[in-house]
Write a protein that binds this ligand. Structure first.
Ligand code: CA
Ligand code: CA
Length: 204
């Protein structure tokens, strides 16, 4: 397995773990339900139930939140609304110290958030090919990658992963990313993220 070097010297690899993608692939209807801005609390709960059945291991922690891996990865579902998803900003849901990403541009729809260093596989939480906006509230760079083909460790970025974009730390224009119409080469593509830094990690 080839490991892509990010920056001057660092090769990035974490604990070995097979990246097998054997779980059932959601149907188009299931995907549509998960990505919808729910019209009612009942639909919201259906989304959460579906999330937990398709991607086991999570726990519902509030009316609109599901938490995985002891809080390592948290999904904040959009609150029930009848307006267009693109008009709903969930930016206020992203806490300091985390990096957050949304299903729609301009922080719309469901939000996922992570704060761990190193590589993470979004697929295992049902977040492949969904991201249209992101905000980095950590203190290090976060990079987003598109998985192309082949399998590799869940906790590494490999030569199979195509770099898409990065978001910088700090409260600047460069710490947010919108993938609007016309940015189809990056939009709804990310499958892996890499947060630079951490003990022994690359600063990229
Ligand atoms: Ca999306
Ligand atoms: Ca992808």
């Amino acid at each position: 397995m080839a490991i892509v070097a990010l920056g001057a010297s660092a090769a990035i690899q974490g604990p070995a773990s097979a990246h097998t993608h054997t779980a059932a692939k959601p149907t188009r209807a299931q995907q549509e339900l998960l990505s919808r801005v729910p019209a009612s609390a009942a639909v919201l709960q259906k989304q959460i139930d579906l999330q937990l059945s398709l991607y086991p291991g999570g726990k519902q922690t509030s009316a609109n939140e599901v938490s995985y891996d002891g809080g390592n990865f948290v999904i904040t579902f959009a609150k029930p609304a009848t307006t267009q998803p693109s008009l709903l900003s969930g930016k206020g849901d992203c806490p300091d110290g985390w990096f957050c990403f949304w299903d729609y541009e301009y922080y719309g729809g469901a939000m996922g958030k992570l704060s761990s260093y190193g590589a993470q596989d979004l697929w295992r939480y049902g977040w492949s090919d969904r991201i249209e906006s992101a905000w980095n509230r950590t203190n290090t760079v976060v990079r987003f990658y598109n998985h192309t083909t082949g399998s590799h460790s869940e906790y590494a970025i490999s030569s199979y992963d195509q770099y898409l974009f990065m978001v910088f730390p700090g409260d600047y224009d460069t710490s947010v990313k919108y993938l609007a119409d016309g940015e189809d080469s990056e939009r709804n593509k990310a499958d892996h993220v890499y947060r630079c830094g951490g003990p022994g990690g690359s600063m990229c």
